[in-house]
Design a binder for this molecule. Structure first.
Ligand code: C5P
Length: 218
């Protein structure tokens, strides 16, 4: 893989529903960066497991990832709580992480030419996927706020789910993502902490923008 030099790389890690996706999208748009929500790749694989349980093996996953287009990740079926829970289970598997790893690297270091760089968000981006990122952020919020945000999101898609169920599932996912052996969710020392509990989207965006502009002098 040929790496494009002099591109701006932003790496973000965060627990579920902390607002990282919304922020990463806004930042990417502002700085003309290619945005990749890496959770969607794990969700896509989890969806395959649910849809094709008998075919679900390494060869099958590899071939599906090989033909995976960014557009496929926009499928609303990937947003359900069931897919999210299943994603946190399959993401513990070493061979699956390996396949996803190479897919991510390509976009992080070699984004489509029209972009000035890349912005990836996930669980292991700051220390595993883009350890040399120009900016690293750990975006979080308290668990009740995150559950409420996710609950409202799921309601938009008319999902039959209660707030208590969402809270329980987010707590379970946090536990699994933080305590797993391979590539657990953690805040690295060189990541800047952004707590979105009491900040609206605009304030979070401006906070991050200020940090970036100070360094790149735009
Ligand atoms: O970000 P999202 O909630 O969509 O991610 C779904 C799941 O995928 C997470 O709970 C986590 O287990 C897994 N994931 C991961 N590494 C990433 C991104 C997501 O293990 N970089």
């Amino acid at each position: 893989m040929i790496k494009r030099k002099q591109i701006l790389k932003i790496a973000i890690d965060s627990p579920a529903a902390a607002g990282a996706g919304t922020l990463a999208k806004a930042i990417s748009k502002h700085y003309n960066l290619f945005y990749l929500d890496t959770g969607k790749i794990y969700r896509f694989i989890a969806y395959l497991k649910i849809k094709f349980p008998k075919k679900f093996n390494n060869k099958f996953i590899k071939s599906k990832i090989k033909s995976l287009k960014i557009k496929d990740l926009e499928n609303n079926s990937l947003l359900s709580d069931e897919v999210g829970t299943q994603a946190s289970i399959i993401s513990k598997i070493k061979s699956i992480r390996k396949v996803v790893h190479s897919f991510q690297l390509n976009f992080a270091y070699n984004p489509p030419k029209k972009y000035k760089g890349s912005c990836l968000d996930g669980r292991d981006i700051t220390y595993n996927i883009v350890p040399d990122a120009d900016f690293k952020f750990y975006i979080t919020a308290n668990v009740k706020t995150r559950a409420l945000r996710r609950y409202k999101e799921l309601k938009k898609f008319k999902k039959k789910i209660s707030y208590q169920e969402v809270l329980k599932s987010i707590k379970k996912r946090d536990k699994s993502d933080i305590n797993r052996e391979i590539s657990p969710l953690k805040k690295t020392k060189d990541s800047l902490l952004i707590n979105t509990t009491n900040l609206n989207k605009r304030s979070c965006f401006l906070k991050i923008k200020k940090i970036i502009d100070r360094k790149i002098n735009i």
